[in-house]
Design a protein around this ligand. Structure first.
Ligand code: AMP
Ligand code: MG
Ligand code: MG
Length: 362
């Protein structure tokens, strides 16, 4: 169903993102059920891509681009520019539940140019290939003026061990100033439970987790899944002293966590910017907490040696001139309504940079 232009842009974006996240979850489920994952090794440490990552990204980006042609969208996967997106792959629904909520006052008048969408079509791909299905999520983060402002975390295989046929998809969404919806919180959690990576660990990561004095460590996959553990009160903090996590891993989880009073920053406690021109890796690492964020920042500062800490650089947004260069890049998706940067319908060029800029601003 179409949505009135009088609904604030942010709520239309969130509503469309919730709907398309369910479609992406269905794609991931179908790939698993068919059984041919089409695994490609992207060359890094445990850095894999499957048919679910590829198809879900095509679906999400083509769908959001169709509804919001002037909003910048970055997706994780580097996809061949020749891929044609069939029309029936485009999700046109807007989630009605989202539209029943009022947009926070301070976000009612944002424009297309204020927004960057960060898409991780499948977070926890390594775990997806190994059957840790509850670690897998679809992440759509909406940054406004460089701040993680709204997000969608869809868990395609929620409760897969209890519900037959790989569980059921659930969607958690949230907006800063409004709150987050679609999950239940445990009442209380004892101790100091820390969650961190299971497939990208190293000495520095382990030492930094230890510096935070955990009573228990949960080594699980996916940035989205780890933040779900925080918001459900199954863990107190997510500690990741590594540069391996990217903006599409943290934007949606950060917005949701912060809408509930938690925080997600780099390991020094500095905010992570999400402007279009920003470096993709979270070079300052990731620290997310439900509460007492500064306590964790101070423990890391106190107990991790300064030479190690100096390797984690807080991210700064690049100068605005770079942003306009990025906006010159061409589309790398194709569908019947999309225009490439040179304005010719359906004509595409090969992308030049490492950046997967899916849309351009006009
Ligand atoms: P993890 O906690 O290991 O599941 O990582 C969270 C997200 O960051 C996933 O999307 C990973 O693919 C990504 N990530 C973390 N470390 C690395 C790395 N060393 N190389 C590539 N991707 C990584
Ligand atoms: Mg990811
Ligand atoms: Mg991914």
């Amino acid at each position: 169903m179409a949505v009135s232009e009088s609904v604030p842009l942010l709520m239309r974006l969130v509503s469309a993102s919730v709907s398309v996240s369910y479609r992406a979850a269905r794609i991931a489920r179908d790939v698993l059920i068919k059984g041919d994952l089409g695994i490609v090794d992207k060359g890094g440490k445990n850095d894999l891509q499957t048919e679910a990552d590829r198809s879900a990204q095509r679906c999400i980006i083509a769908s959001l681009h169709k509804q919001f042609p002037n909003v910048a969208i970055f997706g994780e996967e580097d996809l061949a520019p020749t891929t044609k997106i069939p029309d029936d792959f485009i999700e046109t629904e807007f989630d009605q539940d989202v539209l029943r909520h009022e947009c926070p006052e301070n976000l009612r008048n944002i424009n297309n140019d204020d927004v960057v969408i960060w898409v991780d079509p499948l977070d926890g791909t390594k775990e997806f290939t190994e059957g840790f299905l509850d670690h897998v999520t679809v992440l759509i983060g909406i940054a406004v003026k460089g701040v993680a402002t709204a997000g969608v975390i869809n868990q395609p295989f929620h409760n897969f061990e209890e519900i037959p046929k790989y569980g059921k998809a659930r969607c958690i969404w949230g907006v800063q100033g409004l709150g987050s919806f679609g999950f239940k919180r445990n009442a209380h959690l004892e101790g100091n439970v820390i969650t961190t990576t299971r497939s990208h660990s190293d000495y520095t990561i382990t030492k930094t987790v230890e510096a935070c004095e955990p009573t228990e460590v949960l080594r699980v996959g996916g940035a989205g899944h780890k933040v779900l553990l925080l918001i459900e009160k199954k863990a107190h903090a997510y500690v990741f002293a590594s540069i391996g996590c990217k903006k599409w891993d943290t934007c949606a989880p950060e917005a949701i966590l912060q809408s509930l009073g938690g925080r997600l920053t780099d390991i020094h406690g500095h905010p992570i910017p999400y402007h279009a021109n920003v470096v993709h890796n979270n070079t300052g690492g990731v620290l997310a907490t439900v509460a007492n964020h500064d306590w964790y920042v101070n423990k890391i500062k106190e107990k991790v040696d300064s030479e190690t800490l100096s390797k984690f650089e807080s991210v700064k947004a690049a100068p605005p001139s770079l942003e306009s260069q990025l906006s010159q890049q061409t589309l790398n998706i194709q569908n019947s309504s999309s225009k490439s940067a040179n304005g010719k319908v359906g004509e595409e060029k090969t992308r030049k940079s490492e950046v997967n800029k899916a849309t351009h601003k006009k």
